[in-house]
Design a protein around this ligand. Structure first.
Ligand code: AG3
Length: 276
């Protein structure tokens, strides 16, 4: 099969993925959803022609968005994930015995259904009894929810259309209210190389609401530029290192407590994006 998926990153830069197979395509009320099989990256979830996750490198993104906050908190019990319909972040959070419930709020139930069917290694966490799936708009959920969380993770798609609000200070304020007094939030913050304005905006918005805010980096090869950022905001704990004496769960392939600290070291050009 000589079919290529073309992912346009900017008006002048695109990446092409040669496909082995198109496994599933459907139009949901929110987006065009596809599961494809690639040559070197395994299967991938594609939403509106944007690669959201691939079987080969998803562990990097999911370990870094989940284990950094989970290791800063000394004893996370209740966790909220906004988005994350593929289940990768959920799978990582469920690795902690201290966790007794994870609420996952995803707007598009068809993403969850397709990932459960076609991406079983990523979506395995959905069958865990501690996973509570809520099909709702995350913006609405955080305004109305009454329970409190130790860790909130925003695993969103790019800030396009309705997802724009998931990067706003107002949304972060609602999450602040949902966190316990020592709670922590992490967000995916796009590429500092290509979307420096989004990345800087995430940081400043977090900084206006939370006493501590930081950003950290990881290499996620299948994402735009491969150079990816996360934002972390904390009410109390210092986000740049794991809580004293805390040991990572076994079997991780990217996260270590040394990587955790190293990820917060920013090259000067990235640091500069954060200056106002
Ligand atoms: N979360 C962030 C994907 C952003 C990718 N953007 C891009 N390639 N332009 C995806 C969900 C992973 N659980």
């Amino acid at each position: 099969m000589n079919v290529w998926l073309s992912e346009e990153h900017t008006a002048g830069y695109a990446v092409h993925w040669r496909l082995r197979d198109i496994i599933h395509v459907e139009q949901t009320p929110y987006q065009e959803l596809a599961i494809v099989d690639t040559h070197e990256w395994g299967r991938a979830l594609i939403l509106d022609s944007i690669v959201q996750t691939t079987e080969v490198d998803e562990f990097i993104y999911h370990e870094m968005i989940a284990h950094v906050p989970m290791m800063v908190h000394p004893n996370p019990v209740k966790v909220l994930i906004i988005g994350g319909g593929d289940g990768g972040t959920l799978r990582e959070v469920l690795k902690y015995d201290s966790v007794d419930r994870v609420d996952l709020v995803e707007i598009d139930k068809q993403v969850i259904e397709a990932c459960r069917k076609y991406l079983p290694t990523i979506s395995a966490g959905f069958s865990d009894d501690r996973a509570n799936i809520i099909i709702q708009d995350g913006l609405k959920y955080v305004k109305e929810a009454e329970c409190k969380y130790d860790v909130v993770i925003i695993d969103s798609s790019d800030p396009v259309g309705p997802a724009v609000e998931l990067f706003s200070a107002e949304f972060y304020r609602d999450i602040y209210e949902l966190l316990h007094e020592d709670g922590i939030m992490t967000v995916q913050a796009e590429s500092p190389a290509f979307y420096g304005d989004v990345f800087a905006r995430v940081y400043h918005n977090m900084n206006t609401i939370f006493p501590r805010a930081g950003v950290y980096l990881a290499c996620v090869p299948s994402y735009v530029s491969g150079f990816w950022a996360f934002g972390i905001a904390s009410k109390q704990y210092h986000p740049e290192r794991a809580a004293a004496g805390r040991k990572p769960v076994t079997g991780l392939r990217y996260y270590t407590t040394d990587i955790h600290q190293a990820a917060f070291v920013l090259p000067p050009f990235v640091q500069k994006l954060l200056e106002r």
